[in-house]
Design a protein around this ligand. Structure first.
Ligand SMILES: Nc1ncnc2c1ncn2[C@@H]1O[C@H](COP(=O)(O)OP(=O)(O)OP(=O)(O)O)[C@@H](O)[C@H]1O
Length: 521
């Protein structure tokens, strides 16, 4: 990490007065001394509230910090509300880098000959530039056909920048944990580590290409609902770790509300379809796009009465196993029936919290945090907030909330935010309920049992020839075990008998001693 970058970060933090978030009585003498020696770096924004100062500082530190701030803004379980709201406003307006440099990177990755053979009309002016990458348009010639594509190129030296910035963040995380009141509860080190993992995953465009291909595949199964989400095709033959080639899409950014309204888009349907897409990914495919911020979501408004979604940037995706889905479905259904007892019982019976947990206490804790949420009309309830409250309570009762569930909770907050921005009266529960109930029904019904037997049939087929041997082994082991048990039992009896004799002997001897003592006294 260059010392210049470290100085710049410290300078920014001090000039936005972020050191003042730490009460001075919590600072040791050496920290006060260091602060004193940097006397020329004064808080230049005293008139602004601290949450705003934090956002401005992050914005001026560049894309790696901005992305971190955006991620933090979804951790409403950790941050005070004013800070979470302010961080949600973070925008990454990143200046583009030289188009010639982008082309040089592409040529190196794809190979000059292949590039010249397959690509034409490469636009040296970027179409868009974002925190990790920059995007250029071109025409791809393949199998005698031409396709409009975009080439996404990782920023040069982005890996080094990210690693250096994350190192500084870890340093600050240590300071926050140690000196900020309530610092430990914020779990800053875990949060930074989680961010590190996520952003490093984003640096591999092969991974993003694979995720996009799977998401596209899931929504191309010929189901009626598949047309609701479109994912641009990835041309994997030309994709590499730092360059990705994909179909160009034309959509309206989901944040452009006025444009969408101007076109007469059915906003209610669009918002409901957003929720539908999310629950389909979670409960049907167990694979979900987990970076649904407004820059990554577009609307196809070709038919305003039948609007559909387009998702790009599949760098961060989440997967869920059956157990995760069961957890979500059963708890959501119990929650929305306001059956907190059931929620508590589910946690104890399934071993999500330790078995010695008192159901009464757990129920009471959940009721305390959730009842206020349900005082609102259903159409105003946030699923994401319900999950935040549930996870917080469950953590207090020693449940380890799995990272994929935290990722899901964050995505849910994004989806709700998007949905309500489009259509403020969106009733999430009405849209989500059929998905949850269907899933629970599918898992519990007779059909599901038959499905499971059918799925296991090949396995049984494979094991069948071994069955007689297995049965013989089982019976033999049982017989041997029984013999061993009998032997042990006889030994135990003999030992008991022996002990009995020793006790009687000792008693007799003691009585004789006492008698002798009395006689010869
Ligand atoms: N297939 C596409 N067709 C048209 N435009 C696209 C396409 N893919 C990306 N873009 C444009 O490029 C921008 C940046 O792309 P993308 O979000 O994939 O980059 P990123 O660096 O991963 O961004 P983020 O900051 O969200 O991580 C998008 O917001 C969009 O405007």
């Amino acid at each position: 990490m260059s010392s210049f970058r470290l100085y710049r970060i410290i300078k920014t933090f001090l000039q936005f007065g972020l050191d003042e978030l730490i009460p001075s009585h919590m600072l040791p003498w050496y920290a006060k001394l260091i602060r004193f020696t940097l006397f020329w770096l004064r808080n230049k924004h005293q008139d602004k509230p601290s949450a705003l100062r934090l956002r401005l500082a992050i914005e001026s530190l560049g894309p790696v910090f901005v992305k971190f701030g955006q991620m933090l803004s979804t951790r409403r379980d950790l941050l005070p509300e004013d800070f979470a709201n302010e961080l949600a406003l973070l925008q990454d307006q990143v200046p583009a880098f030289d188009g010639e440099l982008a082309k040089a990177i592409i040529l190196k990755a794809i190979g000059e000959e292949t590039f010249n053979q397959h690509f034409s009309d490469f636009d040296i002016q970027p179409l868009a530039s974002a925190s990790i990458a920059q995007v250029h348009t071109a025409t791809l010639l393949q199998d005698g056909q031409s396709f409009e594509v975009v080439l996404k190129v990782l920023r040069p030296n982005i890996t080094e920048t990210i690693l250096a910035d994350v190192k500084v963040m870890s340093l600050f995380a240590g300071v926050v944990a140690k000196f900020l009141p309530d610092g430990k509860r914020l779990r800053p080190k875990e949060v930074v580590n989680e961010y590190r993992k996520t952003i490093i995953d984003e640096l591999d465009l092969n991974r993003e290409a694979a995720n996009a291909t799977l998401l596209k595949h899931n929504f191309s199964q010929g189901n009626a609902s598949d047309s609701v989400l479109y994912v641009p095709k990835v041309y994997s033959d030309f994709s590499h770790e730092n360059v990705m080639v994909m179909e160009r899409i034309y959509g309206i950014g989901v944040g452009e509300i006025a444009t969408l309204q101007g076109l007469g888009v059915d906003m209610k349907l669009l918002a409901e379809r957003g929720v539908e897409v999310f629950f389909t990914q979670v409960f049907r495919d167990s694979f979900f796009h987990a970076d649904m911020h407004p820059g990554n979501v577009f609307v196809d408004a070709t038919h305003p009465a039948d609007p559909t979604w387009i998702a790009i940037d599949c760098g961060i995706c989440g997967t869920l196993n059956r157990e995760d889905k069961r957890y979500l479905a059963e708890n959501f259904v119990a929650f929305f029936n306001r059956d907190y007892r059931k929620v508590a019982e589910l946690h104890v019976d399934s071993g999500w919290v330790p078995s010695e947990t008192s159901v009464d206490e757990f129920e009471f804790a959940i009721r305390t945090v959730c009842e206020p949420i349900f005082n609102k009309p259903l159409s105003e309830i946030s699923f994401g907030q319900v999950l935040v409250s549930l996870f917080n309570t469950a953590r207090r009762f020693n449940m380890e909330v799995q990272p994929q569930l935290v990722l899901l909770q964050k995505t849910l907050l994004y989806i709700e935010g998007l949905g309500r921005q489009l259509y403020p009266q969106l009733d999430l529960w009405q849209t989500a309920k059929p998905f949850l109930e269907n899933w629970v029904k599918q898992q519990m019904g007779v059909k599901a049992v038959f499905k499971k037997i059918k799925e296991n049939l090949p396995f049984w087929n494979e094991k069948l020839p071994e069955m007689p041997d297995l049965l013989y082994d089982y019976l033999k082991t049982t017989q041997v075990t029984r013999q061993k048990q009998m032997h042990l039992f006889t030994e135990l009896k003999a030992q008991q008998h022996k002990n009995h004799k020793i006790i009687i002997g000792t008693l007799l001897f003691s009585t004789l001693c006492i008698c002798a003592a009395i006689i010869f006294h």
